[in-house]
Design a protein around this ligand. Structure first.
Ligand code: AMP
Ligand code: MG
Length: 315
């Protein structure tokens, strides 16, 4: 990308956050660090601001957005919080857990945010820059990942600039994100709960709080979480999973004993692998080899979320 196509990028310090808050209040788009990946934020109560998110990402309009709030009380103004939601918030908020809850009637949330669903996805992020921004803007912020729809998620400010260019008005640079993989999404329905997207908080951890009322993902889950499209996180070249060695034309992403051209974690640590996943996919996408291969990743803990993303990257 040419230098002049890069969006204005400033450190996520108090001056940067003040500038970002003013832009958001004016209906502009700001990319922000969170503990998961960089988000593309806009005020959730303005139809034009929300429309700008869909336009910048090239996102299909049936794919709803997650709304970020500073605490449970702001969440309660937007959605119906039951005892289960309260218990999950007490345990995991602020943090990488998104809850899908019944939307409250008469809120100011723009209809495009929920893509017409009667539910709202809410998250209270832990990243200090995002918390400071929510406090300064005093607005609920819709924020999907800050990348073109279907492409690799951004874990650095540079990834955001490469993917979105000047479609974003400002990027707050808070360094590489800590967890590196999108939030867990849990739907709380009258009939029970289910994980719509695996993430840093595992289904087992949720079951510890809610008991074993978890449902298997319903056949309708594809409609309920439309973002869970089979192909996503695509590096733009073929991806082979479960590889123990590279073919001549492959860039191998290693794990543990399999070194590869780049490694998610030489020590075989799954949290480190999650944090490095998207940067490694970006590296593989930019490499000279026409194909990417990836070492097997264990399915335990956050490994389930890593493998979920890898299956979609390979699809
Ligand atoms: P991202 O664009 O990476 O932030 O992904 C947001 C995810 O949240 C997508 O998978 C959406 O489908 C999902 N989502 C947002 N709102 C809802 C909702 N009301 N019900 C179910 N899934 C939702
Ligand atoms: Mg995304």
């Amino acid at each position: 990308m040419n230098a002049h196509n890069r969006p204005r990028t400033v450190p996520a310090d108090s001056a940067g956050i003040a500038e970002a808050a003013a832009l958001l209040q004016a209906g502009k788009l700001v990319a922000v660090p969170t503990e998961t990946v960089y988000g593309l934020a806009a005020r959730a109560d303005r139809a034009e601001a929300v429309a700008a998110i869909y336009r910048a990402k090239g996102r299909p309009d049936f794919n709803p957005l997650i709304v970020h709030v500073p605490s449970l009380s702001e969440a309660a103004a937007l959605a119906e919080i039951d005892a289960r939601a309260e218990a999950l918030a007490a345990r995991f908020w602020p943090g990488p857990l998104t809850m899908v809850l019944p939307l409250r009637a008469g809120t100011a949330i723009a209809p495009a945010v929920t893509a017409g669903l009667p539910t709202l996805a809410l998250r209270c992020p832990a990243h200090p820059a995002m918390q400071a921004l929510l406090a300064a803007a005093r607005l609920p912020l819709a924020a999907p990942s800050a990348n073109r729809s279907g492409a690799i998620s951004p874990t650095t400010a540079a990834h955001v600039g490469q993917s979105l260019g000047q479609a974003v008005d400002l990027v707050l640079d808070g360094g590489p994100t800590a967890q590196g993989i999108e939030s867990t999404i849990v739907a709380l329905r009258p009939s029970g709960w289910s994980v719509l997207r695996p993430g840093p908080i595992t289904a087992e951890q949720i079951a510890e709080v809610l008991g074993s009322g978890g449902e298997a993902a319903a056949p309708g889950a594809a409609i309920e979480a439309p973002g869970q499209l089979a192909s996503h996180y695509a590096p733009g070249k073929p991806v082979r999973l479960g590889a123990v060695a590279a073919e001549a034309d492959e860039f191998l992403i290693g794990f543990g004993a399999i070194a590869g051209h780049a490694s998610l974690s030489p020590a075989g640590d799954l949290a480190e692998a999650a944090a490095r996943l998207y940067a490694a996919l970006h590296e593989g996408a930019a490499a000279q080899q026409p194909r990417i291969a990836i070492a097997p990743i264990p399915e335990s803990g956050i490994g389930a979320a890593i493998n979920d993303r890898l299956r979609r990257a390979a699809a």
